[in-house]
Design a protein around this ligand. Structure first.
Ligand code: AMP
Ligand code: MG
Length: 346
């Protein structure tokens, strides 16, 4: 029988330690070598890229199918979608809607309440009137804006166990949250299939799942003055990064820019000193709704809103090229562009 003398214990421990170190470095090297495969397609009115480890690439077609199914439910322009049918008839039974639509509507309502209506999923009449994405949009007259505004307001969206009712002629527009919600569902689906590391890019909505070759994912924050460039980066794992900006969709008339984020109180594009708001949050639907809402609230209210919530981080960019950050999650932000000045006010 082997006797455990002091010397032997030391040798055994040393060998075990060496083995562990070797194993760890192999795992680390494997991690570093992890190759990714990606698929890019157009859906939900934007370019979508899904990037997963090469060993998991069989999930890519399923991811695409899931996004397309969600688009068919949430779109305001596809006539047979859940949202179009609701907008058309003003009322539908829960059983006539997909479960995802019902939970997206519930979440939208919660976020509308939480943001004091700065995020409002019932601005369909306004977006229809402004029609920012049209070929030749024009600024509507004040009367038309006030009229459309009368048929908005999240308090008119009623969801019970049996039905969804749109009161007072409101129409839904989930453009401010649907991509974030889709990112959350994609992430859940990938997790269920055992995929831990992935990058989901749905236009300005990004979900960074797990790591990129053993390091956090580095996500670029667009330069609002030239969206083909980045003005900074954040480094994140298991976190969504969502940007709302006045440069993403707009038209110009008489030298003024009219962008796609409306102030639900006035019915016109939010007017303040912001050019973009980037929100970091583990829940992409929340990040999406918050980034829209904070853009409406403006810098001061936005910073206050973020300060009250530990689970979010925000990067604000102003029209006069200043950058403000709020919240722990935004601490990884690195300014890369010399055109901007970092303001450390908090
Ligand atoms: P986002 O790019 O996420 O900020 O969302 C902007 C889109 O959401 C617009 O194109 C509209 O479809 C819709 N939208 C505009 N203003 C608001 C608002 N205040 N609250 C919610 N959705 C909005
Ligand atoms: Mg949004």
């Amino acid at each position: 029988m082997m006797r455990w003398t002091g010397k032997r214990i030391i040798w055994t421990a040393a060998l075990l330690l060496l083995g562990a170190v070797l194993l760890l470095s192999v795992a680390f090297a494997e991690g570093r070598r992890e190759r990714f495969e990606e698929e890019t397609f157009f859906a939900m009115d934007t370019v979508i890229t899904i990037k997963v480890p090469a060993k998991d690439k069989q999930v890519l077609p399923e991811c695409r199918k899931l996004v397309e199914e969600l688009e068919e439910a949430f779109s305001r322009t596809i006539p047979e979608s859940d949202i179009s049918r609701l907008n058309e008839g003003g009322k539908l039974g829960i059983s006539e809607l997909s479960a995802d639509t019902v939970s997206l509507l519930n979440r939208s309502l919660e976020l509308a309440v939480e943001t004091g209506g700065a995020f409002d999923p019932t601005l369909g009449q306004l977006s229809k009137l402004w029609n920012i994405g049209a070929e030749e949009p024009v600024v509507p007259d004040n009367r038309a804006v006030s009229e459309a505004l009368e048929h908005t307001g999240y308090e008119n969206l009623r969801i019970s166990g049996q039905e969804v009712i749109l009161q007072n002629g409101i129409e839904l527009d989930l453009g401010g949250i649907a991509k974030g919600y889709a990112a959350d569902l994609l992430k859940d689906e990938l997790n269920r299939r055992g995929v831990e590391d992935a990058l989901l890019i749905l236009g300005g909505n990004v979900y960074a799942m797990g790591d990129n070759r053993s390091s956090p994912w580095k996500i670029g924050v667009s330069d609002p003055a030239d969206s083909s460039r980045i003005m900074g980066t954040v480094s994140v794992s298991d976190c969504s990064v969502v940007t709302s900006g006045d440069y993403q969709r707009y038209f110009e008339q008489d030298g003024r820019r009219y962008h796609h984020i409306f102030n639900p109180e006035t019915g016109v594009p939010a007017e303040n000193n912001l050019s973009s708001v980037t929100v970091l949050h583990r829940e992409s639907a929340a990040a999406d709704a918050y980034s829209t809402a904070l853009f409406v609230m403006g810098l001061q209210k936005g910073i206050q809103f973020a300060a009250e919530r530990e689970e979010m981080g925000v990067i604000f960019v102003t029209k006069d090229n200043k950058v403000y950050t709020a919240g722990k999650l935004a601490e990884s932000f690195l300014l890369k562009s010399e055109q901007y000045q970092y303001e450390t006010q908090n």
